[in-house]
Design a protein around this ligand. Structure first.
Ligand code: ASP
Length: 290
């Protein structure tokens, strides 16, 4: 299959190459594909991923076909496969898809046009991970030996699962922290206050209530107190350490309002980098490399 479905398909050298290409685009390099059209199919809510893909497409001179799931024939029972096959028949050059089903793309093996995965269930979020890696690389100029702790709702997070696999492959030391009920043992666990003092990167996650089968056993205030990035915790981080979050952020829950835009926060830089990473991925694919 063409495009980018999971980072597991990309070798470490290719990941670095895409980051370097995104940095070049960020410095002002321009490339244009005026005859191309790409459709964005978001079956789950999205602000950053959906619109940064759209901005990336516009920056590349590509026409955006914005698919509205509410007004489409999905409501008449049409399957994901038949929807994507339709866009292919219409002559669209690629599709960006977000879907709540883990590995939805396994149903799309007959599709020939590139598919760019904007997130599948709890499994993969490849462009989010690439933009996270770009932000880390800009900050530290390397991956090997860096220590990162991902904090919060690990078990329901495609961001955590994608990042842990790729960060370990790039030689980073990755840990998880947060409530025991969200610990799926996909990386070694560290108590939060120990992580705060030792890590180069603290990556916070939103509590993914929409995926929970059971009710969380604490209030949002208790969560903030026990597992949130409070102002006091931020002050205990290493001098050069940074705070990341894929967003949407819930101020006062996983992150204090006063910390969200503090000097250690790279949250808005991650969003900016997301546009360039998505430009790099799409351009590389239209050039026949992905
Ligand atoms: N935006 C990220 C995702 O799509 C994280 C989140 O929604 O909390 O997985």
């Amino acid at each position: 299959m063409r495009g980018l479905l999971t980072l597991k398909d990309l070798k470490e050298e290719k990941i670095i190459e895409l980051i370097k290409y995104a940095e070049k685009l960020k410095r002002g390099f321009r490339i244009s594909y005026p005859d191309k059209k790409i459709a964005t199919l978001f079956f789950e809510n999205s602000t950053r991923t959906q619109y940064s893909f759209q901005v990336a497409l516009m920056n590349l001179g590509i026409k955006v076909v914005d698919f509205d799931t509410q007004l489409s024939s999905i409501a008449k029972g049409e399957t994901l496969y038949d929807t994507v096959r339709t866009f292919e028949a219409l002559g669209v050059d690629g599709v960006v898809i977000r879907h709540s089903k883990d590995e939805y793309f396994k149903e799309l093996e007959n599709i020939k046009i590139p598919i760019f995965n904007g997130g599948d269930g709890k499994a993969n979020h490849p462009t989010q991970s690439l933009l996270d890696l770009m932000t880390i690389y800009e900050e530290f100029g390397k991956f090997k030996g860096l220590k990162c702790c991902i904090v919060g709702d690990i078990s329901h997070s495609r961001v955590a699962h994608t990042n842990i696999e790729v960060m370990q492959r790039l030689g980073m030391e990755v840990y998880i922290s947060g409530p025991e009920m969200f610990n799926d043992h996909c990386a070694p666990y560290l108590p939060l206050d120990e992580a705060i003092e030792k890590m180069d990167i603290i990556m916070l996650l939103r509590i993914q209530f929409e995926r929970h089968q059971e009710k969380m056993n604490m209030t949002k205030e208790e969560y903030h107190e026990k597992y949130g990035m409070t102002y006091e915790r931020m002050l205990k981080m290493k001098e050069k350490a940074i705070i990341m979050h894929p967003a949407p952020i819930n101020r006062g829950v996983e992150i204090a309002d006063s910390v969200a835009e503090c000097e250690k926060s790279r949250i808005y830089k991650q969003m900016t980098n997301g546009v360039y990473i998505r430009m790099a991925v799409i351009s590389d694919s239209l050039d026949g490399n992905l």
